[in-house]
Design a protein around this ligand. Structure first.
Ligand SMILES: [Zn+2]
Length: 133
């Protein structure tokens, strides 16, 4: 419904050892705060992302907050920067509790992902990502 393209051809960023988001580990009672304001376009508990919220940010990028235990916003809600999006968890396709946070310039297109560490201006142990397209 958002123009998603098939990711079933094996030609996905993470298939080559790339990871399109940033994984942040903390205790499971950790509040997850919005990095930027925007409008919620997806909020559900299905799929690999588990309990997740997707915010279409005011800068036009789409931010995915995944694997949470709890979500505090529904589709259509307005979220301001710094507000609590959810609580860290281990739902979906995970081996341990963490936040998978990912930025896409086109929603549901993993090829459009941005370097989240650079966006947040934090150190990334693995260095900058390599863009495949
Ligand atoms: Zn991840």
């Amino acid at each position: 419904m958002y123009g998603a393209k098939s990711l079933s051809n094996g030609n996905v960023p993470w298939a080559a050892g790339k990871h399109p988001g940033l994984d942040l580990v903390c205790t499971t009672d950790t509040n997850i705060l919005a990095i930027r304001g925007g409008k919620v376009i997806s909020s559900n508990g299905y799929g690999d992302w588990g309990q997740h919220v997707v915010i279409e940010q005011d800068d036009g990028l789409f931010c995915i907050y995944a694997h949470m235990s709890t979500r505090f916003y529904a589709v259509g809600d307005r979220v301001e920067r710094g507000r609590r999006v959810g609580i860290m968890g281990s739902t979906g396709q995970v081996t341990a509790a963490h936040l998978h946070i990912e930025l896409q310039s086109k929603y549901y297109d993993a090829f459009s992902h941005r370097d989240m560490a650079r966006y947040l201006n934090i150190a990334n142990q693995l260095g900058s990502i390599v863009y495949l397209n």
